[in-house]
Design a binder for this molecule. Structure first.
Ligand code: PNW
Length: 485
C-alpha cells in the first residue's frame, strides 16, 4: 500500500491521490520519431511565423521526454515523493492515421512509461487526449467540428483500453474541452487548429467533445476494466463584482453555468444547465439516447482550477459581441478600486486567489452537482523568464511556494468542511512547453535548463516548491510557516 499522506500534519484518508501532471505535446518532443504522425499542434506551430509564439518556439524537442523518461520518472518520484504520475497519450503515436492500424512503437513507449512509474512505486493517471489531434482528421472533416470525431475517438479509446486498460488506476478521457474549443476556434483563436469562426463553432466543438467523452466511457465500462474513469474540466470561479447586488450575483451564477456547468452538467444530469438551454445560443441539442449516455459518465471529476474572476451583467450582448452568450463583463482587476483579485502571475489570465478558486471550485461542484469524487487535477503558477535569473534564485521559488501554501490551505478547509476532495495533482512535474507562452513561462516543480527558445543542456534541477510539497504531503509538515525542509 502507498505510504500515508498528510495535509497540514493531519493524515489524509486512504486512497487520497498525490501526483504530478504533464502532457504529451508539452514534454515529449520527438515530434516525428518512429511512427508518429503530425498533430494539429505540430502543424499549427510549424506554420507560424517566428513572432507569433514567443521566440518562435514549438514542441518539436520540448523536454525530450520521449528519450529521457527512464531518468525523468524516477526524478519525479524522488524530488516530489508523488505516488502517481499523471501523463497524457499522443493519439498520433498510437494510431498515426487517426483511425485503423496501431503503432507497436507508440504503444511500447506508453507501456514503458507505465512500467517505469510502477518500478519506482507510482501508479498512473492516463489521459487519452490533451489537445494533440491527428492532423489527418482535421484535414479530412474538420476535427472537433464534425460528428465523425465521436466515432473516431471511441475507436481510439477502445484500442488504447484494450492495450493498457488495466494498467492505469485512473483514466481521463480528455483535458479541458472548454479550453481547446474556445482557444482553437472562435473570433480570435490562438491555439490549434486556429480556425477563425464564431461562438457557434466553439459550442459545436464542446458538444462533440462531450459525446466523444461519453463514448469512450461506454467502451471502458463495456470492457470491464478495473480502474476509474473521468474527465478534467477547467474554468475558474466567477464571483459577483458587488456581492450586495442581485444582478451581479445572478451574473456570477450564470457565468458559472456557461463556463463550468456547460461541461459538467451533462455528465451528472444528462443535459446542459437550464440557463444555457434557455439562452437559445446552443447550435446543437442532445438526443434522448445521448442524454442517457452522458448522465453518470464519470467516476470522478478533475478540476483544473487556477484562478477566479469578478463579473457583472454586460450592457452590450448581441451574438457578435465578445461576451456572447454569457453576456457578462469579467474582471480580474476591480474597475472601481483597481484592486486585483489576487497576486498577478506571469500568465495574464492567472491570478493567485486560492480560497475563491480551490475552495470555491470544490464547493460549487459538490453543491451544484452532488459530485462525490473531486480531484484538484491541475493547479499551478508560471514564472516569467526563469532562465534569465541565477540558478539559485530560480530553484528557490518562494513565489510558487506561496501559491501552493494557498492551495493547500484551501484544500485543508474543504476537507475539514466535509467536501469530497480525493486528490491533488499540481501542474506540472517539470518545466515544459507552455503553449502560446512557449518556454518563457515555467510551471514546473523541477527546472529544465533551456532558454526561452527551448535551447539548452536539458539538465534537470528540482525547485524548492517541490521539496515544500513533498514535506507537507508526505512528511506531515505544517502548511505554514516556512519550516518545510
Ligand atoms: C491548463 N484558465 O490549461 C492546461 O491543461 C495545461 O496544458 C497548461 O500548461 C496549464 O493550464 C497552464 O497554462 C488551462 O484560463 C489554461 O483558467 C487556462 C485556464 C485554465 C486551464
Amino acid at each position: 500500500a502507498p505510504a500515508q499522506l498528510f495535509l497540514d500534519g493531519k493524515a489524509l484518508p486512504e486512497g487520497f491521490i498525490y501526483g504530478c501532471a504533464t502532457s504529451a505535446y508539452q514534454i515529449e518532443g520527438a515530434w516525428n520519431a518512429d511512427d508518429k504522425s503530425p498533430s494539429i499542434w505540430d502543424v499549427f506551430l510549424h506554420n507560424k511565423t517566428t513572432n507569433d509564439v514567443t521566440y518562435g518556439s514549438n514542441g518539436d524537442v520540448a523536454d525530450d521526454f520521449y528519450h529521457r523518461y527512464p531518468t525523468d520518472i524516477p526524478l519525479f518520484r524522488n524530488a516530489l515523493a508523488v505516488q502517481t504520475y499523471d501523463f497524457t497519450i499522443a493519439w498520433t503515436r498510437i494510431m498515426p492515421a487517426g483511425r485503423g492500424a496501431l503503432s507497436d512503437k507508440g504503444l511500447a513507449f506508453y507501456r514503458n512509461v507505465i512500467r517505469a512509474s510502477n518500478a519506482v512505486g507510482m501508479s498512473n493517471i492516463c489521459t487519452l487526449y490533451h489537445w494533440d489531434l491527428p492532423q489527418s482528421l482535421q484535414d479530412e472533416y474538420g476535427g472537433w467540428l464534425s460528428r465523425n470525431i465521436v466515432d473516431d475517438f471511441r475507436a481510439y479509446a477502445k484500442a488504447v483500453f484494450k492495450a493498457l486498460g488495466d494498467d492505469c488506476s485512473h483514466w481521463v478521457t480528455m483535458n479541458e474541452p472548454r479550453t481547446f474549443c474556445t482557444e482553437g476556434f472562435g473570433p480570435d483563436p490562438d491555439s490549434a487548429p486556429g480556425v477563425v469562426s464564431t461562438f457557434k463553432e466553439q459550442y459545436t466543438c464542446m458538444h462533440y467533445a462531450l459525446l466523444a467523452h461519453a463514448a469512450a466511457v461506454e467502451e471502458f465500462r463495456l470492457g470491464g476494466y478495473k480502474g476509474k474513469i473521468g474527465i478534467k474540466v477547467d474554468g475558474g470561479v466567477s464571483l459577483p463584482l458587488d456581492p450586495s447586488s442581485a444582478a451581479d450575483r445572478e451574473a456570477a451564477a450564470r457565468t458559472m453555468d456557461f463556463e463550468v456547468g456547460r461541461d459538467v452538467a451533462p455528465l451528472y444530469t444528462g443535459d446542459y444547465p437550464p440557463s444555457v438551454l434557455a439562452s437559445g445560443a446552443l447550435p446543437l441539442k442532445f438526443t434522448a439516447a445521448e442524454k442517457k449516455m452522458l448522465k453518470g459518465s464519470v467516476d470522478f471529476i478533475g478540476l483544473d482550477f487556477y484562478t477566479s474572476q469578478w463579473v457583472t451583467p454586460t450592457k452590450n450582448c448581441t451574438p457578435d459581441s465578445d461576451t456572447y452568450p454569457e453576456c457578462t463583463d469579467q474582471f480580474q482587476q476591480d474597475p472601481r478600486t483597481g484592486l486585483d483579485i489576487g497576486r498577478p502571475t506571469a500568465s495574464s489570465w492567472n491570478f493567485d486567489a486560492p480560497h475563491a478558486t480551490i475552495y470555491g471550485g470544490i464547493k460549487y461542484l459538490a453543491e451544484t452537482y452532488n459530485a462525490t469524487n473531486i480531484l484538484i487535477s491541475e493547479t499551478g503558477m508560471g514564472v516569467l523568464n526563469e532562465t534569465n535569473l541565477p540558478l539559485e534564485q530560480v530553484l528557490e521559488d518562494v513565489d510558487r511556494i506561496a501559491w501552493y501554501r494557498g492551495v493547500l490551505s484551501a484544500m485543508r478547509q474543504a476537507l475539514d468542511d466535509g467536501f469530497p476532495l480525493t486528490g491533488f495533482i499540481p501542474w506540472s512535474c517539470i518545466d515544459n512547453f507552455e503553449w502560446t507562452d512557449g518556454y518563457n513561462v515555467r510551471f514546473g516543480l523541477i527546472q529544465v535548463a533551456y532558454d526561452a527558445a527551448g535551447k539548452g543542456s536539458q539538465a534537470r534541477h528540482p525547485k524548492l516548491s517541490g521539496a515544500y510539497l513533498k514535506g507537507v504531503l508526505t512528511k506531515g509538515n505544517p502548511i505554514n510557516p516556512y519550516n518545510f525542509v
